[in-house]
Design a protein around this ligand. Structure first.
Ligand code: ATP
Length: 453
């Protein structure tokens, strides 16, 4: 069952993202640009951690996947052959009353009558196809011969480079090509914060195989991808698998699963895992006249490989991570009174900042010097943040709010003033439990690295 949209929770998340430097509106000082977003100092770290972890588990930790990084602009012939020029469209209607443009499949109905989502008007045009690709011109002349598009998905580069990658990596089927990069779609109604943007990033794998392996590999990749979301901290109960019915699948797909997440605004797609048969390679072979066949040395057979594609959105997953992590609990303030604490409970591996280092007082030279020594000790291992301003409780709260899992405080005991045995020890505070332990400075890199992985 889908739970009711929680508008208030979403508003708090959007406001936190701006206030703490995760996500800003693009071109904000000029009134923004609809469907485009900028990641601030903390957002960019979270996004990198996600992409790095995807790359690590999908490429580096496997023998059967290699990476590539294709160009955003490609020969227009690619988009003709892939079918995007002809069919990469959404049905659009115009409201004749307020002139709003709406996606026909998202126009709300009242008593069986379609109404404009903007003004409630009922005078709507018939749906017509609107191509989602951004058109542009390559070179100095703006005519028919110089048209191309900003890629609406990263996948096509992996299909058209299939042969080059195969020949240079010397992989045998089944094997995959992975890519992370920007994609652009001129969405009719960008909405739900970064969820539906016009510029976004994808993490895609094209996993090539023999025809008879396709269905098994579809099941395999669905399982792997669910595990991935759990490993980055998304609870299994908020992930849903939609077995896309045949009539809603692309005509060439023999099976597609959408992995959905329960966002505060409703259950929505994070990733599609699709068995695309040999459609893409066949299309490009036909259109280019170049062989994209695979030669099986054992059976001496030549054939066009089939492909299973797990295609994930970076921005949607970042948003899911933030929504999943956002928590409010009760914690004592400086005077011991309970107050509401906002915490982003990121798994340490996803957290933008791994550890914050605080001298108890900023005007005590020895405390500051020790804290800076610790920063230098930890820096080669992780992203750390030094903060000396304000009461220590406030500094903890600031880090809780951005999801920093560990805080290290240098106090007078560190200097060995009260007890020589405690010299060169610090308190290590854990974000979620707020528990503190006393550890040796020299043990910090080992202890923290083991908890971050
Ligand atoms: P939707 O139905 O939500 O428009 P889609 O099925 O068209 O998505 P795909 O073409 O399968 O999406 O793209 C693969 C992934 O790319 C999606 O699962 C999503 O994570 C991401 N993605 C697609 N469109 C957008 C967008 N406009 N903004 C952000 N991410 C997107």
């Amino acid at each position: 069952m889908t739970t009711k949209p929680d508008t208030q929770r979403m508003e708090k998340i959007v406001s936190l993202c701006k206030r703490r430097g995760f996500i800003f509106q693009s071109s904000e000082i000029y009134g923004g640009l609809n469907g485009c977003w900028d990641y601030g100092p903390l957002g960019v770290e979270l996004k990198r951690n996600l992409k790095d972890y995807w790359w690590r588990t999908m490429v580096h930790e496997r023998d059967d996947v290699v990476g590539m990084d294709g160009s955003i602009l490609m020969n227009r012939a690619v988009w003709k052959a892939s079918g995007h020029e002809e069919t990469f469209t959404d049905p659009m209607v115009d409201c004749r009353t307020c002139k709003a443009r709406l996606r026909a499949d998202q126009v709300p109905e009242k008593n069986g009558v379609k109404q404009c989502a903007n003004c409630g008007g009922k005078d709507l045009t018939e749906p017509r196809a609107f191509n989602l690709m951004f058109k542009t011109y390559v070179g100095a002349t703006e005519d028919e011969s110089s048209i191309t598009y900003l890629r609406p998905e990263t996948a096509q580069a992996m299909f058209v480079q299939f042969k080059n990658v195969l020949d240079t990596s010397r992989k045998k089927l089944p094997f995959g090509i992975a890519q992370i990069g920007k994609a652009f779609r001129n969405e009719i109604n960008p909405r739900n914060f970064t969820f539906r943007s016009r510029e976004f990033e994808q993490m895609e794998l094209e996993y090539f195989c023999r025809p008879e392996q396709g269905m098994d590999l579809l099941a395999y990749w669905l399982k792997e991808r669910i595990k991935f979301y759990q490993d980055i901290g998304i609870a299994r109960e908020r992930l849903h698998i939609l077995d896309v019915p045949e009539e809603e699948r692309a005509f060439y797909s023999r099976g597609t699963f959408d992995i959905e997440y329960e966002f505060p605004f409703g259950r929505q797609e994070l990733e599609g895992v699709a068995y695309r048969t040999d459609y893409d390679l066949s299309q490009h072979q036909k259109a280019s006249g170049k062989s994209l066949e695979y030669f099986d040395e054992e059976t001496k057979q030549k054939f066009i490989p089939h492909v299973v594609e797990p295609s994930a959105g970076v921005d949607r997953t970042v948003l899911a991570l933030i929504c999943e992590a956002y928590t409010e609990d009760q914690a004592p303030d400086e005077k011991g009174n309970m107050e509401t604490r906002t915490v982003l409970r990121f798994l340490p591996r996803m957290a933008p900042i791994k550890c914050a280092v605080f001298p108890l007082l900023k005007n005590k030279e020895q405390l500051v010097a020790k804290a800076k020594e610790i920063v230098a000790l930890l820096r080669p291992h992780m992203y750390v943040f030094y903060d000396e301003s304000g009461a220590i409780g406030r500094r903890y709260r600031r880090q809780d709010e951005v999801g920093t899992p560990f805080g290290v405080t240098v106090d007078f005991e560190t200097l060995g003033e009260k007890d020589a045995n405690l010299r060169d020890t610090v308190t290590l505070r854990e974000r979620d439990t707020m528990k503190q332990e006393r550890v040796k400075i020299s043990d910090l890199p080992g202890i923290l690295s083991a908890r971050i992985v």
